[in-house]
Design a protein around this ligand. Structure first.
Ligand code: KG4
Ligand code: ZN
Length: 351
C-alpha cells in the first residue's frame, strides 16, 4: 500500500509518500518527501503567527504533493490512503492539512487516516539507518512537549512522565529570546553554546530529585532572565557562557530523567524524538550515559527530527500494518489541537 502523508500542525508543511512493508514486523519504506519551512516568514515576529502559518500551508501543500509524486515516480492514482496530522497543533494549520487530505481522498476515492503528531515523532527513528525494536523508552522533546513514554508496540504507549510547565524546546526558545537570539531559538542557542563554558553559571535543575519522571523548565527561564539582568552590559560578552550553561541545565535534566526511566522500566533501548533531539550536546551526553549501561540509543535522521511529512506517513503505515487503525471512508474531519498521546487509543477506537 502507498500512503501519502501530510503534516501541517505548526510552521512546517511536510508531504511524504511511504510504502507499507510486506510483513507487519518490517519497517515501511520512505519513497520520497518534501518540506517547506515557514521559519523565515515568522522570524520577523519572533515566533509563529498562527494565521500566517495556516495561509502558508494552503499555498505550499499541493505544490509539495506534486513534488513528492514526481520524485517517487508514482501517479497520485496509485496512492491507497491519504494520512494527515489530526493533532495536536495549531487549529487553523491542522485544518488545512485535514481539509486537503480529505479532499484528495474524496477526489481519488481513497480512504483517509488522521495521525497523532507525537506518534509521528515517536516512530520517526524507524526511518533511520539504525531502526529500534520494541519495547523501548522514548524521550519526546519538541517545542510543545517533553515526555518520557514506555513504548511496547505501535499504539501501546504508557506515559512515564512529562513536563508540568514549559517544554524543553520552549525552554530553549524562551532562553534564546532573553539572550537576544532569533526564532527558532533552540538551534541558535545551541550554536552559541558551542563557544561557551557550560559551567560558567549555576542554573537550576528543576525536579531532578523529585522521585518521579516529570520535568519542569519554567523556573530555568526565570533564572536565565535574572542572570541576564545581573550581567547588564556585560551580557553580550558573556552570552555564549550563559547559552552554554542554559543548554547544560536542560540537557542534564533530560539525560538524568531518561536514565531514571530506563532504570524504572528495566528496558535497554532509548529512542529520542522531536526537534530538541537534534541537539548535539543532548545526543553526546545521552550516548555517554547510556553506553556504560548497555543501553542502545536511537535517533531519527537529523532531517527528520523536526516536523516533517515522512513521520506522519510512516505512523499511518505502521498503524495500518499492525492492524491498530483502519483508514476511514468518511471525509468528515475534525482536528484535535490538544490531544494527549496517552488518550490516543480510546479516541481512535471511539471513532
Ligand atoms: O518537533 P518540532 O519541530 O516541533 C514541535 O512539534 O514542537 O520541535 C521544535 C523545537 C523548537 O523548540 C526548537 O527550538 C527545538 O525544537 N530545536 C532545538 C534544536 N533544533 C530544534 N533545540 C535545541 N537544539 C537544537 N539543535
Ligand atoms: Zn513536532
Amino acid at each position: 500500500m502507498l500512503i501519502l502523508g501530510i503534516e501541517s500542525s505548526c510552521d512546517e508543511t511536510g508531504v511524504a509518500l511511504v510504502a507499507t512493508a510486506d510483513a507487519p514486523s518490517r519497517v515501511p519504506v520512505l519513497l520520497s518527501h518534501a518540506l517547506y519551512s515557514q521559519i523565515e516568514m515568522h522570524q520577523a515576529y519572533g515566533g509563529v503567527v498562527p494565521e500566517l502559518a495556516s495561509r502558508d500551508h494552503i499555498r505550499r501543500v499541493l505544490p509539495l504533493t506534486d513534488e513528492v509524486m514526481q520524485a517517487s515516480g508514482c501517479d497520485l492514482q496509485a496512492v491507497d490512503v491519504v494520512a494527515y496530522t489530526r493533532g495536536p497543533g495549531l487549529a487553523g494549520a491542522l485544518l488545512v492539512g485535514a481539509g486537503v487530505a480529505c479532499a484528495l481522498g474524496a477526489a481519488l476515492q481513497r480512504p483517509v487516516l488522521g495521525v497523532h503528531h507525537l506518534e509521528g515523532h515517536l516512530l520517526s527513528p524507524f526511518l533511520s539507518q539504525d531502526p529500534p525494536q520494541f519495547p523501548f523508552v522514548a524521550l519526546l522533546v519538541s517545542g510543545g512537549h517533553s515526555q518520557l513514554m514506555q513504548v511496547n508496540a505501535v499504539g501501546d504507549y504508557r506515559l512515564l512522565g512529562e513536563t508540568i510547565d514549559d517544554a524543553a524546546g520552549e525552554a530553549f526558545d524562551k532562553s534564546a529570546k532573553l539572550l537576544g537570539l532569533g526564532y527558532p531559538g533552540g538551534p541558535a542557542l545551541a550554536r552559541l553554546a558551542e563557544s561557551g563554558n557550560p559551567a560558567a553559571f549555576k542554573l537550576p535543575r528543576p525536579l531532578l530529585h523529585s522521585g518521579d519522571l516529570d520535568f519542569s523548565f519554567a523556573g530555568l527561564k526565570t533564572a536565565v532572565m535574572t542572570q541576564a539582568r545581573k550581567l547588564g552590559e556585560e551580557l553580550s560578552a558573556r552570552s555564549a557562557d550563559l547559552a552554554a550553561s542554559t543548554q547544560a541545565a536542560i540537557v542534564d535534566v533530560l539525560v538524568r530523567k531518561s536514565v531514571q526511566a530506563l532504570d524504572a522500566t528495566g528496558l535497554h533501548r532509548l529512542v529520542v524524538a522531536g526537534g530538541v533531539g537534534a541537539n548535539r550536546a543532548l545526543r553526546e551526553q545521552l550516548n555517554a550515559a547510556c553506553q556504560p549501561r548497555g543501553v542502545r540509543v536511537h535517533y531519527p535522521e537529523l532531517s527528520l527530527c523536526t516536523d516533517n511529512g515522512a513521520m506522519i506517513a510512516l505512523a499511518a503505515a505502521m498503524r495500518l500494518q499492525s492492524g491498530r487503525s483502519q483508514a476511514q471512508w468518511s471525509y468528515a474531519f475534525d482536528v484535535r489541537p490538544r490531544w494527549p498521546l496517552d488518550q490516543l487509543e480510546e479516541e481512535l477506537t471511539a471513532r
